[in-house]
Design a binder for this molecule. Structure first.
Ligand code: ITT
Length: 207
């Protein structure tokens, strides 16, 4: 793919998660990147995609699925919540865990119960796969440390596990901060910052 100067750089995000799409768009658009979601291009939603091996593989599978339809640059994000005292669970199975528990409420209850009297240290880790820019996939990883709250936050900004994750960088629960604040400190923002550095260094974007 040729380098684009003084133009918007267009990328497709392979996700079925509209909250994730908004977060990523808010982070990338100030840098002259136009981010399309699948529905913006009438592409089908992702199939079942959470594998067992690694975040890299999961992110690659999501991006690869969309590459059946286009040679445009594609990114996909695979994220997990790793709780140290639970052997880094739910980790790579973070999505499946909520499904297996029958929803977020029960998943939060189980996690909080399992952590009674134990260390609550946890981190979010996000892996972004970039396809169709180099001839091989590229990966960018970000992580943010915190701990699991003793009670679920009553505020429900954000999505997923946000109401139980207390972010130590900002001293607040992810679900209690604004979208802008989350995008300053989040695992995903850190991975995307690395992606932006890559795109800038190689001349795909200028700011
Ligand atoms: P796509 O695969 O379609 O992108 P997803 O929501 O399944 O959407 P992940 O596999 O990356 O995305 O996420 C695994 C789980 O972690 C899932 O339950 C998410 O809701 C949750 N999650 C991901 N990012 C999160 C974040 O920033 N804050 C809280 N929970 C998050």
């Amino acid at each position: 793919m040729g380098k684009i100067e003084n133009m918007n750089f267009e990328i497709i995000l392979a996700t079925s998660n509209k909250h994730k799409l908004k977060e990523v768009r808010d982070i990338l658009s100030p840098h002259g990147i136009v981010l399309y979601g699948l529905s913006d291009l009438n592409l089908p939603p992702l199939q079942d995609k959470e594998g067992d091996s690694s975040y890299e593989e999961n992110a690659f599978i999501k991006a690869k699925e969309v590459s059946k339809y286009t040679t445009y640059p594609i990114i996909a994000d695979d994220t997990g919540l790793e709780i140290e005292a639970l052997n880094n669970r739910p980790g790579i199975h973070s999505s499946r865990y909520i499904e297996e528990c029958g929803g977020r409420e029960q998943a939060f209850k189980n996690i909080i119960h399992d952590l009674e009297g134990r260390d609550r240290k946890a981190k979010f880790i996000s892996t972004i796969c970039l396809l169709n820019v180099e001839d091989k996939p590229l990966y960018f990883v970000g992580e943010t440390w915190g701990h699991i709250r003793e009670e679920v936050s009553q505020k429900d900004n954000g999505f997923g596990y946000d109401p139980i994750f207390y972010c130590e960088e900002i001293n607040k629960t992810y679900s209690e901060i604004s979208e802008q604040e989350k995008n300053q400190v989040s695992h995903r923002a850190k991975a995307l910052k690395k992606l932006l550095t890559y795109l800038r260094i190689y001349g795909y974007i200028s700011k």
